[in-house]
Design a protein around this ligand. Structure first.
Ligand code: PEP
Ligand code: MN
Length: 386
């Protein structure tokens, strides 16, 4: 693809760190909250649910670019205060959408992440302004935008100086009327193949119906999404916008309980919050399911490692199978990586020598077996024989 000078694939994927939250790393980041901020109570309740679910970021629109000019347009500054306050109460980050220069000026210093909605994906002047801001930007894919147009929109922000862009697939318009839009899950893989940017998925605006959110969210993680942006409302029936696609708080928490297993299956992780005595049992059970999934992934990864190790062995001489300086270098790299994920360096230092020992043994065994085979072949066909 032409012109992806900054968004295009580079050696390393972008990892966006914002006030203690890392987007684009191993952890799946859950963001949730109502479509529109309506009241202080609504936002406090939403924040409580997001926290309980293990979510990291509270969403809520205060400027609503509605299809009809007669629909609720958002509470503006008043809503912003409710959003910021509620996020603070639960130690969450917050994200809201901007629609123009005045809304950007109002929120820029107050929120942690700025969202550009689907309808503004190609508002190039606004994108250029976002390039001057030192905050991560969630850039939603336009209603009918191709992946190329979406990535070029991201390029506008990057080219103007802001490297913190998070792409968000939120469904595209197709001929299918049974869902509000069609969630284009292949876009996650394509966007990640063509760019280094993190990609999250918003299943709510894609489906437009609450009953599909749970399965689409899991599918999004399986497809490689780095996070989810989900609409949830303390009382969806009363919501001023998008009530029918908003999850009930209990559904949001239940979904979060199920995400860890899917995340584990694709070598990612997600930890559901879980609070209160009543939930301890269920949480314990769901945590164990997550652990089982992760254990399976660990064994699969070890098996895959050993297979490669054997191939490496084929290329080494028997007397230099063990490479102590490379082992040291690997351990150091993994200690640093593990520390970032709050893993004890001791654990890495104790596990890895064992893995190396087995790897070396396996290489020696395969090499000796191959040598024996060759000797046998040679003795069957001695030099000079016909
Ligand atoms: C939203 O997130 O509330 C929203 C309006 O989404 P989109 O721009 O994807 O329609
Ligand atoms: Mn909405």
């Amino acid at each position: 693809m032409k012109d992806l000078r900054l968004a295009g694939l580079s050696n390393e994927r972008s990892i966006i760190k914002v006030n203690g939250v890392t987007i684009g790393g191993k952890e799946i980041i859950l963001m949730g909250g109502p479509c529109a901020v309506e009241s202080s109570k609504q936002m406090s309740q939403s924040a409580e649910t997001v926290k309980k679910a293990g979510g990291k970021i509270l969403r809520g629109g205060v400027f609503k670019p509605r299809t009809s000019p007669y629909s609720f347009q958002g509470l503006g500054k008043e809503g912003l205060n409710y959003l910021v306050q509620a996020a603070k109460e639960q130690d969450l980050l917050c994200v809201t959408e901007v629609i123009d220069t005045p809304s950007l000026e109002l929120i820029a210093d107050k929120v942690d992440i700025i969202q550009i909605g689907a309808r503004n994906m190609q508002n190039f002047e606004l994108l250029k302004l976002l390039g001057k801001i030192d905050k991560p930007i969630i850039l939603k894919r336009g209603l009918s935008a191709t992946i190329e147009e979406w990535l070029l929109a991201a390029e506008y922000i990057l080219a103007a100086g802001n490297s913190q862009v998070i792409l968000c697939e939120r469904g595209i318009r197709t001929y299918e009327p049974s869902t509000r839009n069609t969630l284009d899950l292949s876009a996650v893989g394509v966007a990640k193949e063509l760019s280094h940017l993190p990609v999250i998925v918003d299943p709510s605006h894609a489906a437009g119906r609450r009953d599909l959110i749970s399965s689409l969210s899991k599918a999004a993680i399986a497809a490689g999404a780095d996070g989810l942006l989900i609409e949830m409302h303390p009382n969806p029936a009363e919501a001023t916008s998008d009530g029918s696609q908003s999850l009930y708080p209990e559904q949001f928490v239940q979904l979060a309980r199920e995400l860890g297993t899917v995340a584990g299956a694709v070598n990612r992780f997600f930890a559901c919050g879980g609070q209160g005595d009543e939930e301890t049992l269920e949480t314990l059970e769901s945590l164990r399911i997550q652990i089982d999934g992760i254990d399976q992934t660990i064994i699969e990864s070890l098996a895959a490692r050993m297979q490669i190790v054997r191939k490496v062995g084929d290329q080494k001489r028997l007397d230099c199978v063990k490479d102590a300086s490379r082992e040291k270098e690997i351990i150091q790299r993994l200690v640093n990586f593990g520390t970032e994920l709050q893993l004890s360096p001791e654990l890495v230092k104790r596990i890895y020598p064992l893995i190396f020992e087995f790897a070396v043994q396996s290489q020696i065994k395969t090499k000796l077996a191959k040598e024996k085979e060759r000797e046998r072949d040679l003795s069957c066909y001695p030099i000079g024989s016909k």
